[in-house]
Structure formats: C-alpha cells, structure tokens
Design a protein around this ligand. Structure first.
Ligand code: ADP
Length: 483
C-alpha cells in the first residue's frame, strides 16, 4: 500500500454489480472499491435506492434526511450491500419503480431521467459539503452522464475548492440530454447555460457538465482516450475533450478475477476437473442444440445494438459456417437484430438465446473456443477480458479498449515463441470480420498453435491490480499528495 492516510472517495454511480447491472459500468463500479482498498483508498458508493438495491441492504441506517429532493422527500441510508460500503439515495418518488432502471415498460427512457440522476448527483455534492455528520470525502468520483452533474453542483456548493472531482466516461454515446426548459427543475443556473458550459446544441447535457467542471477526466482505456479527441468517436463532444486533453487519461478496466475464474467458477465444470474445456463445451453444445463440429465454437455475449457491430456478424456468418465453425449467441436489445439472429438460428450450426442471463454467460465462456466482439466503438469492453481468462480467444475489432487488451495473431506474434492472445480485424466491416473468422478457423485447425494462444490468453493479467493503482495515483495527484 502507498504511504499516507486513507483517502476517502465517494463514487457516484447509477448501477453497481452485483446489486444492479445493465452493462460494464456496473462491473467497474462494483469492483473498484474492493480493488482500491489495498491502495489506501476508502471508497463509498452512492447508489439510487432502486427496489433491487433496497432489498439487498444489510443493516441500513438513516444518516441524512433530504426534505426536498427533486419532487419529493428523500433520505440517505448507510448500509452494506453486495460487498460494498453504500450510501443509498432512498427517494421513492424517483426510484421505486418496476421495469428497468433507465427504461419504462414501453422501452422508452423514464421521462424524468434527467431529474432522477440530477438528484443523485446533487446529493453527492451535498455529501461532499457535509450532509452526513460523520463522513466527508476528499474527492467525488462520478461515472457517466448519470453522475455528470455532480462536479457541477460541487463547484457551485460550499464544498467548492475543498473536495475534488473526477468524471469517468464509460461510453460517450450516452450524454444525458434534457430540454432547456428543465434548467429550473434540475437546479441549474441559467447563467451556466452557454456553449462553454451546460449547453449542447440547445439542450442541457449532464455529461458535458461533468466534462467541463470535473477536475480530472478519465475513460476506460488509453486508446479510447485518444479516439475520443476525434470527431469520429467524440460524438459531438470531441471539441470539449480536446480543450481538456491535459486533464484526460485512459485507465483500463479490469475484471473480478475471483468471480471469473475457470478453476473455481461454481457455474461451470472447473477446468482442472474437466481437463480443460471439453466437458463445458459438450454441455454448451447440448444446451444450444448444436451438433459436434470440426471448427471452432464461437460465442457472443452482448447487448444487441449498432455499437456492437453484430449486424456485421449476420453478414459475415457464412465465412464461419462454411469452414465448419459454429455460433452460440446470448443477447438482447434492438428488435431488428434479435429477429435477424433468431432467423440465423435456423442453420443447424447456430444457436441463439435472446435475453440476459449471467449464469449462461459463464457457461458460454467456459465452453466456447472464441468470443466475437466486432464493435464499431468500444470504450473498454469486458467480454474479451473474460474470454482471455477462460482461454476463449477474443476475436475483436481494432478499436478502443479492444485494441489495448488483445495481442493479435500475426506473422510477428506467431513466429518463434507464440505471444498472440486473439485475432483482430480492421476496418470494422463485414468483409474484414469474415476474413478474421476465416483466420480463426485456420488457427483452430492447428491445435498446437491454438493451445499456445490459449495459454497466453489465460496467463494475461486482466485483474484490477494495475488499474486500481493508477486510479489511486490519480486521486493522490489531484489531492497533491505524494505517494
Ligand atoms: P457494455 O457496457 O457496452 O454493454 P461491456 O463489454 O463493457 O459492454 O460490458 C457488458 C457486460 O454485460 C459484461 O459483463 C457482459 O458479460 C454482460 N452482458 C451483456 N449482455 C449480456 C447478456 N445478454 N447476458 C448476460 N450478460 C450480458
């Protein structure tokens, strides 16, 4: 552990595994506090009091009342839950709802999402200002647009200049937009509604607020940090980021190597007992109704959206199937993509499950040979990291964190001592993906080579250690502390 006192940090997140999860943000928010402990950081996590969170609280106690919290009364609870040290914004008028945490029954955003997460961010700034009698953070670490207003409220509060702030961008595609007419209901100063401030093409952007008012910005891979500065990836905010490039850095995500451990995972046949993947693969084939095959069993675990490039896989699929490969896909999202994959499942070598199923995702990683991640953009990506850990070789687009985490098979990385851990393709087109799938089949047909790549992949460090140290160092830099 680095020297000096423990740094108190308030993490502000709209989801955190294992309590509530829709994507990679939850994995990061859930894993970081534990990983940071060894680096002298005491992190508490402020979460919305969704029903799933409230139900999981251990020994909650009220530590603050917030009589007027964006349309109703609220309380801040202190509790343990899901292995985390939590502060929970118990605001039934905002968070006690069925359906999704962001989406209502019809699949559309909850209309008051701007207020719901503004409330979370506002309470974070209040906590920084001393709302809770016995604990005050030195630094607020906000995540994505849902925490984006926290640095803004902080800068406008009594804690300004006393408590520092970091904003992490997990995905710049989600910008937290609201009509300008909501300035009042969001407790924003109309004087800040300018192009240099909260205004984004006539609307309010909570993410942009964070990009401007946070002391430091991070994103989840060094490569995405570079990409974000370009119009092709910055999604309209690249200019704002270029202006703050000196405060922006990329810190790679890790994964929880205890949850994702092929030797001890209770959801699979552990590799030692199973002599590697064999038993898991047979079980996975049976589960997806796939026959024995000569080629690799490729898997996909993903949200089905344009970002993930899975429309390209529909087009490129023949390149895999013609060479005796197979596909098992788990995902949900865009109805058109769901239908396209359901139609593709008519092929005997293709199995598809539409839905979200954490346990099945473990069985797929244990049984698959390769995991396909053909994303058009990917801030970090987690499933390729799970793939490395389970020796399920990642086949990834050369973008974002995918480029930072996979050593691509090439004449250089296969010559002499094999160092490759997967396959990469570029540009992100169906043709290039098809060619990559051809390369995967050719590599798989050379068992010695494939096994060497599996060994490399499984030995590749994918845990949080390195990145937790980088976050801790960043906090110390901001607070002006030496290590
Ligand atoms: P994103 O956050 O953009 O969705 P990431 O790769 O960073 O992408 O994280 C996705 C997380 O969600 C991973 O933990 C992945 O295993 C999980 N996931 C995505 N879709 C499913 C699904 N249908 N069933 C189970 N887990 C899923």
């Amino acid at each position: 552990m680095a020297g000096g006192a423990v740094i108190a940090v308030l993490s502000v997140a709209s989801e955190a595994a294992p309590l509530v999860k829709t994507g990679g943000l939850a994995d990061v928010a859930g894993a970081l506090p534990g990983a940071l402990r060894a680096h002298g950081v005491g992190m508490r996590t402020l979460l919305p009091g969704y029903p799933a969170v409230m139900a999981a609280l251990e020994a909650p106690r009220i530590c603050a009342e917030v009589p007027s919290c964006f349309g109703g009364p609220a309380r801040v609870l202190r509790a343990r839950g899901g292995g985390l040290d939590l502060l929970v914004l118990d605001a039934p008028h905002l968070f006690t709802r069925g359906a999704g945490i962001y989406l209502g029954e019809t699949g559309a955003d909850w209309p008051d999402n701007p207020e719901r997460f503004a409330a979370l961010s506002w309470v974070a700034a209040e906590i920084a200002g001393g709302l809770i009698p016995d604990w005050r953070p030195a630094l607020v670490h906000a995540h994505d647009w849902q925490g984006g207003l926290a640095p803004y409220y902080l800068a406008r509060s009594t804690a300004a200049g006393k408590v520092a702030s970091v904003l992490t961008i997990h995905n710049i595609a989600f910008q937290g937009l609201a009509p300008a007419s909501r300035l009042g209901s969001l407790r924003l100063d109309p004087a800040d509604f300018t192009p240099e401030g909260l205004e984004y093409w006539g609307q309010i952007s909570a993410l942009k607020a964070g990009l401007i008012w946070a002391d430091r910005l991070t994103t989840v891979s060094p490569n995405y940090a570079e990409e974000l500065l370009s119009p092709a990836f910055g999604m309209g905010l690249d200019g704002v980021l270029r202006a703050r490039r000196g405060q922006l850095s990329g810190i790679l995500n890790g994964i929880d190597t205890q949850v994702w451990d092929p030797e001890t995972d209770p959801l699979i046949t552990p590799y030692k007992a199973a002599k590697g993947k064999a038993a898991n693969k047979a079980a996975l084939r049976a589960e997806f109704g796939l026959p024995e095959a000569e080629g690799p069993l490729c898997i996909v675990i993903s949200r089905l959206t344009a970002q993930k490039g899975l429309d390209l896989l529909i087009e490129a699929l023949p390149a895999l199937l013609e060479r005796g490969g197979q596909l098992a896909l788990l995902g949900s999202g865009d109805p058109g993509l769901e239908q396209a994959f359901q139609a593709a499942a008519a092929h005997p070598q293709v199995g598809v499950r539409i839905g979200y199923d954490e346990a099945l995702s473990h069985r797929m990683l244990a049984g698959g040979d390769a995991i396909l991640v053909p994303s058009r953009f990917e801030p970090c990506g987690l499933t390729q990291l799970y793939g490395l850990r389970y020796g399920t070789l990642p086949v990834v687009a050369l973008t974002g964190g995918l480029a930072d985490t996979v050593i691509p098979a090439s004449p250089a990385t296969l010559a002499g001592k094999v160092v490759a851990t997967g396959v990469q393709f570029s540009p992100v087109t169906a043709a290039a993906l098809g060619a990559a799938l051809g390369r995967v089949c050719a590599l798989y047909a050379q068992p010695k080579l494939w096994r060497a790549m599996m060994r490399n992949a499984m030995a590749h460090p994918v845990g949080w250690d390195h990145s937790a140290a980088a976050y801790a160092q960043l906090y110390r830099d901001i607070l002006g502390e030496s290590t």
